[in-house]
Design a binder for this molecule. Sequence first.
Ligand code: HEC
Length: 195
Amino acid sequence: MKKPAFERNLIILAIGAFAVFAVGGIITTIIPPLVDRRLVTSDYPVHAYTEQEQRGVQVYLSEGCVYCHTQQIRHLESDKRRYGWRLVDAPPSESWEYVNDKFHFLGTKRTGPDLARVGGKYSDEWHRAHFKDPRNMGEKFKDETGKYQSASVMPSFKHLTDKEMDDLIAYIQTLGRNQNWRVDNQGRPLNDYED
Ligand code: HEC
């Protein structure tokens, strides 16, 4: 029996296979933002990255921070509490907060803490010292010989130039501050980074 044309002709087969796979791509990536504009626009003000912060994004990208850090607070009590700030729970991440991101670092691997709300949590100096020598900071634990060991498995980024470090820190300090969730004792918002 003669095989149908699409089985004999490799080009037709390739086009057919591509068309079948394209359906999945079109339905999951092209159609959703056309149907629901909230995926690409925001009703609330979203921070526009400065040039320095954009360079910081490139450093974050090329240094592979996303392999260990996510940027999404889930609707889990543990996430909200763990990534909160001074007993204020962190609000879960919302889609509009990411509309100005060209690169998405939502991530899946939580080797280190989530960074979606880390902006404003530490000073620039803290970040600089931490990036240079993460294992010399933060929690320590006693091993079986009674010696103190550093809990961090984050590698050192001291190979970055001072400028790259500044750019990276500028970017890190923007994270999660589109929502006014950190307030002082009087309930006044502490999102002061635009000033
Ligand atoms: C091998 C995995 C790994 C990589 C790669 C990594 N980190 Fe980390 N990071 C960790 C771990 C584990 C911690 C928690 C311990 C600590 O504070 O060092 C952490 C902590 C942090 C913290 C403090 C978060 C908090 O809420 O206390 C920041 C900020 C951070 N990392 C940023 C970065 C950036 C930026 C990069 C890329 C330049 C990076 N990390 C790369 C594992 C990693």
